[in-house]
Design a protein around this ligand. Structure first.
Ligand code: PLP
Length: 419
C-alpha cells in the first residue's frame, strides 16, 4: 500500500498546517477603541506628533531599527516610490533591482519614471549578486534597490562599497525583513534609505502600511514633504513645495503597529531559532537544504523559508513533483515570488501606456528590450530548485517538526514518485 498522501496514503498534516497570523489580543482592541473615541483619526499635519499614534510609532520603530528618522506611509510600494523620489531619481535614470523579488520593487521604479534594470541572484543566498551589479552599472544608473528577499539580508558590505565607488544611492527594500540583521545592524539602517511593508502577511503588520527609514536629515525632510502633499514643516498648511502624494498613515494603523511592534522581537527570535533548527535537520535528511548560513547574517527575520531542492538526491524526481507531494502531505509549499520579474507581462509586453515612458522616453534615449534579459541563476532556481514556505509555521516547533516529517517521508518513499 502507498504511504505518500499524493498516492492515497495518510497526510502528515491532515487539513494543513495551522495558520496563526495575525496575532492580537485585547491590547489591540483597546488601542483601536481609544483612537476611535479620541476623535483624532489622522496624524495631523504639524500638530504635536508625540500625541499622534503614527508619530509615536515612527519614534519607536526608528529606535528599534537604530535609525534617526522615519516616515510611516500607506504601503510598502509607496514607501519605495517615496524613497526613490526623495533620492532624486527621475526620468532618464536607471535603477538596479534584483531579478527575484515581489513586483513592487520594480514597478515603484517605473512609478517615478525611471527604468528598472534586472540583475541576477547569488545561487547560495538567492539575494542580488553584487558582482552582477557592477556589470550592470551605466552612466545612467542612479540607485540600487537591494531586496532582503524572504528576510535574508543581501550582501550590504559589497553593495555599499559599489555604491560609494559609483556614487549611487542605496534604497534597501526591507518589506520582508523586519528584524533581520547584517553584522549586528538592523536592515533598513545600512543603505541611504530603507523601506518596509506592513501588509498583513508581513512580520510586522497593521493590514496595510509602509515605512521609510534614513539617517540623513535632508532625505528625511524630503520624505516628509513627498508623503504629505508637498508640505514643509514650519511653513503654512496650504503652501505646497513639490508635486507630491498623500501617503499618510491613519491613527488606527499607528495604534495597531505600536502594539504589534512590542511582539516583534520575541516573534523574530522564535522564528530565527526554529529556522536554524530546521536548517540543521534538513542537513541530516540531505537533498534539500536551507540558504547558506553566513556568519555576517547575525539575525534572520523571515517572510519566507526558502529551501534548495536537488533533484538528483531525490532519485531524479522533479522539484514540481516534490512540491505536489509536499502539498498533499498538508504542507503549503510553493515557489514564492521567484519567477524572474522580467518574465511578467508588464515587461514582456512593455505595457507602459501610450507613450511607452519611462522605458521609451527621449530623456532616457536607450532601447531596452525586457525579452532580452536573461538571468541564468534566477531562471534555474525558479524552474528546478526553490521550495518556499510562508513564515507562519516558524513560530511553532511542532509545525516545524511536521514539515520535517513530511520531507523525510517523501525522501524515504521516493520510489513511489518515480514514473
Ligand atoms: C519585496 C517587497 N517589496 C515591496 C513590497 C510592497 O509592499 P506593499 O504590499 O505593502 O505595497 C512587498 C510586499 O509584498 C515585498 O514583498
Amino acid at each position: 500500500m502507498s504511504k505518500l498522501a499524493i498516492e492515497g496514503g495518510t497526510p502528515v498534516a491532515p487539513g494543513g498546517l495551522r495558520r496563526n497570523w495575525p496575532i492580537f489580543s485585547d491590547e489591540e482592541k483597546k488601542a483601536l477603541l481609544e483612537v476611535l473615541e479620541s476623535g483624532r483619526w489622522w496624524r495631523g499635519a504639524y500638530e504635536d506628533q508625540s500625541e499622534s499614534k503614527v508619530g509615536q510609532f515612527e519614534t519607536e520603530f526608528c529606535k528599534y531599527l537604530g535609525v534617526k528618522y522615519g516616515v510611516a506611509v500607506t504601503n510598502g510600494t509607496a514607501a519605495i516610490e517615496l524613497a526613490l523620489k526623495a533620492a532624486g531619481v527621475e526620468a532618464g535614470d536607471e535603477v538596479i533591482v534584483p531579478a527575484v523579488t515581489f513586483i513592487a520593487t520594480a514597478t515603484a521604479v517605473l512609478a517615478v519614471n525611471a527604468v528598472p534594470i534586472f540583475v541576477d541572484i547569488d545561487p547560495e543566498t538567492y539575494q542580488i549578486d553584487p558582482e552582477k551589479i557592477e556589470e550592470a552599472i551605466t552612466d545612467k544608473t542612479k540607485a540600487i534597490v537591494p531586496v532582503h528577499y524572504g528576510g535574508y539580508p543581501a550582501d550590504m558590505d559589497r553593495i555599499m562599497e559599489i555604491a560609494e565607488d559609483h556614487d549611487l544611492i542605496v534604497v534597501e527594500d526591507c518589506a520582508e525583513a523586519h528584524g533581520s540583521e547584517w553584522r549586528g545592524k538592523k536592515v533598513g539602517g545600512i543603505g541611504h534609505l530603507g523601506t518596509f511593508s506592513f501588509q498583513m502577511g508581513k512580520p510586522l503588520t497593521c493590514g496595510e502600511g509602509g515605512f521609510v527609514s534614513t539617517n540623513d536629515e535632508e532625505l528625511a525632510k524630503k520624505c516628509f514633504s513627498y508623503h504629505n502633499i508637498g508640505r514643509v514643516q514650519g511653513r503654512p498648511f496650504y503652501e505646497h513645495h513639490v508635486p507630491a502624494w498623500n501617503l499618510r498613515m491613519t491613527e488606527f494603523q499607528g495604534a495597531i503597529l505600536l502594539c504589534q511592534l512590542k511582539r516583534l522581537p520575541e516573534q523574530t527570535e522564535k522564528r530565527y531559532v526554529n529556522g536554524e533548527y530546521l536548517a540543521g535537520e534538513l542537513e541530516k535528511i540531505g537533498g534539500i537544504r536551507a540558504l547558506k548560513r553566513d556568519p555576517r547574517v547575525t539575525k534572520r527575520g523571515y517572510y519566507f523559508y526558502l529551501m534548495r531542492y536537488n533533484e538528483e538526491e531525490f532519485g531524479g524526481v522533479s522539484r514540481d513533483t516534490f512540491l505536489e507531494a509536499l502539498r498533499a502531505e498538508g504542507i503549503p509549499a510553493g515557489t514564492a515570488h521567484n519567477q524572474p520579474l522580467y518574465k511578467n507581462p508588464v515587461f514582456v509586453e512593455m505595457r507602459f501606456g501610450r507613450t511607452g515612458c519611462p522605458v521609451r522616453c527621449p530623456l532616457y534615449g536607450k532601447a531596452i528590450d525586457y525579452t532580452a534579459f536573461h538571468c541564468p541563476v534566477a531562471e534555474r532556481v525558479y524552474e528546478k530548485e526553490i521550495v518556499a514556505l510562508g513564515k507562519d509555521f516558524l513560530l511553532s516547533r511542532d509545525q516545524v517538526d511536521l514539515v520535517l516529517e513530511a520531507i523525510r517521508k517523501i525522501k524515504e518513499n521516493i520510489d513511489e514518485l518515480r514514473a
